[in-house]
Design a protein around this ligand. Sequence first.
Ligand SMILES: Cc1cc2nc3c(=O)[nH]c(=O)nc-3n(C[C@H](O)[C@H](O)[C@H](O)COP(=O)(O)OP(=O)(O)OC[C@H]3O[C@@H](n4cnc5c(N)ncnc54)[C@H](O)[C@@H]3O)c2cc1C
Length: 276
Amino acid sequence: MIPGPFEFVRAASVEEAVAALVAHGDDAKVIAGGHSLLPLMKLRLAMPAVLVDIGRIPGLSYVRVEGDEVAIGAGIRHHELERDEVAGAEVPILPHAAGQVGDPQVRHRGTLGGTVAHSDPASDLPTALLALGGSVVVQGPDGRRSIPLTEFWLGFFETALQPEELVVELRVPRTGPAGWAYEKFTRRANDWPIVAVAAVDGRVALANMAGTVVRATATEEALARGASIAEAAALAADGTSPSADMHADQEYRRHLARLLTRRALEKAAGVGVTAA
Ligand SMILES: Cc1cc2nc3c(=O)[nH]c(=O)nc-3n(C[C@H](O)[C@H](O)[C@H](O)COP(=O)(O)OP(=O)(O)OC[C@H]3O[C@@H](n4cnc5c(N)ncnc54)[C@H](O)[C@@H]3O)c2cc1C
């Protein structure tokens, strides 16, 4: 469980980090909180020759309202997001989802940019972000560009990010206090979700139901044409391809997706939650 040898570069700015990524190409890997990358390195599933540490770049941790959107710095730790008052007032699903991630140690180290860039389909915050809609702002040698969240996650551990680009900001629409819910099913407290569902204003996103976090499009379309919550939630697993593992087979995950979607939609609508 000891990583292979690597060179360590501590970047003092986003520009320095990008320059290091350009200089070292495919041999380099960004490290932020290290709570996804280091386990992979210890298992030697990742063996970067150069680690570019962005964890101490100043000015990457913020939450601010900009017009109709909330802009969130990629360096914000899950723990900071969980307690952020602006996020709590403007996009409360995000602090709530941040509080669901792992245990306090993970939440004190892990970053929003890290969990977005990692593209694990079981991740809590990307699921909530996908239900919110919005975009990822990335910075590379040619400057900044914005990628819609619906186009960012391409597969398991695969994103639209280029090797020399950094995630620097997330931008999501302001929702206000109501109309959202996050339902996470775990075997034990602090675990990754077996399945999780985020619902925001009629948009529904699912964790662990495909190779990336995904929108429950059949459910969303049913809601848009006026179907009841029960009818729409019954379609939540349509078009998904959940994996099977020691925790749950595919059919159980589909069942959870339908059940948790109904609960999330009922909570988001402020109606009583059906028990079973
Ligand atoms: C015990 C444990 C339990 C956990 N439980 C949960 C859970 O319940 N739910 C959940 O959602 N997550 C969970 N996590 C994952 C946790 O949220 C991680 O912190 C997060 O996924 C990665 O964030 P990080 O800052 O640690 O990223 P790192 O590990 O530093 O990096 C992860 C990947 O993203 C890249 N990267 C990081 N930052 C950037 C950036 N700004 N731009 C471009 N690329 C970047 C890295 O190169 C690497 O490929 C758990 C982790 C552990 C160790």
